[in-house]
Design a protein around this ligand. Structure first.
Ligand SMILES: Nc1ncnc2c1ncn2[C@@H]1O[C@H](COP(=O)(O)OP(=O)(O)OP(=O)(O)O)[C@@H](O)[C@H]1O
Ligand SMILES: [Mg+2]
Length: 238
């Protein structure tokens, strides 16, 4: 059996900071001498690079994971337009295949990394066609989840709905991350405290708004004790 701890990273919306938070997790694992692979099973908004469709998020994740991976090992399903993936698939007259997604993940497990961080697409209930949702695949894989909350006006409703949906889907929210993709919101601490009362999982990191989050080492913003205890040992607080 693989030793790899697989964790699905979801968030309150598209552009909420999932990739930035994945980067923070990869940098924290590196700081703790733990090895990593990454997975972004579905990516829309791709461009042509050396004859293949590539996505900027995937290139960021590829650079920061510790085990070298080919692009397609990280991202098996890619669409050019920056639109909902199931709409992009229907325009191409194709569909999003769960088996492709699962086989790609099985393959990454053979790398025997300590962690596989899996970045979702959009938010938790992303439709992927034929009345299926990306969350159905996460349930099928029985993955633990980290919830990224974009700390801006409106986030309380988005975060609570997402958290409750994950729990109702029978999955564990291992931890959550407060990410400020925009300048820090007014009454940030009040909002953080309101969320902490509802979200029963620990707050793993507060990623403040940074000028250049891709250049900064974000591991300093992550609670290393929570990271190690909850994520590596897999101990989940009641
Ligand atoms: N803490 C932050 N400080 C500054 N900029 C941020 C921060 N978090 C996110 N951003 C910026 O916001 C944008 C969206 O972030 P990111 O790409 O991580 O979101 P995402 O949830 O991965 O989006 P997608 O749904 O497209 O995958 C990016 O330009 C990113 O650099
Ligand atoms: Mg992303």
């Amino acid at each position: 059996m693989s030793k790899t701890k697989k964790i699905f990273i979801t968030g309150t919306d598209t552009d909420c900071g999932k990739t930035i938070c994945c980067k923070a997790l990869l940098e924290t694992a590196a700081a703790l001498n733990l090895s990593t692979v990454v997975y972004k099973p579905i990516a829309a908004g791709c461009f042509n690079m050396a004859g293949q469709l590539c996505n900027a998020d995937v290139l960021i994740l590829k650079t920061h994971c510790s085990i070298p991976l080919h692009y397609r090992e990280i991202n098996p399903i890619a669409f050019k337009p920056s639109i909902a993936p199931h709409i992009a698939a229907s325009i191409e007259k194709s569909s999003i295949d769960f088996d492709v997604m699962s086989k790609g993940l099985d393959h990454l497990e053979t790398k025997n990394a300590d962690f596989c961080f899996i970045e979702g697409a959009g938010g938790w209930r992303l439709p992927i066609g034929d009345s299926r949702f990306l969350s159905d695949w996460v349930i099928h894989q029985d993955l633990d989840v980290i919830l990224v909350v974009d700390m801006k006006l409106g986030c309380l409703n988005h975060a609570i709905l997402t958290y409750q949906a994950i729990i109702q889907d029978g999955l564990n929210v291992l931890a959550w991350i407060a990410n400020s993709s925009v300048e820090q919101m007014p009454y940030y601490q009040h909002n953080l405290s309101s969320l902490s009362k509802v979200i029963k999982s620990p707050l793993l990191a507060e990623i403040k708004h940074l000028e250049a989050p891709l250049e900064a080492n974000l591991s300093v913003l992550v609670d290393h004790d929570i990271f190690y205890t909850l994520l590596k040992r897999g101990q989940i607080q009641p």
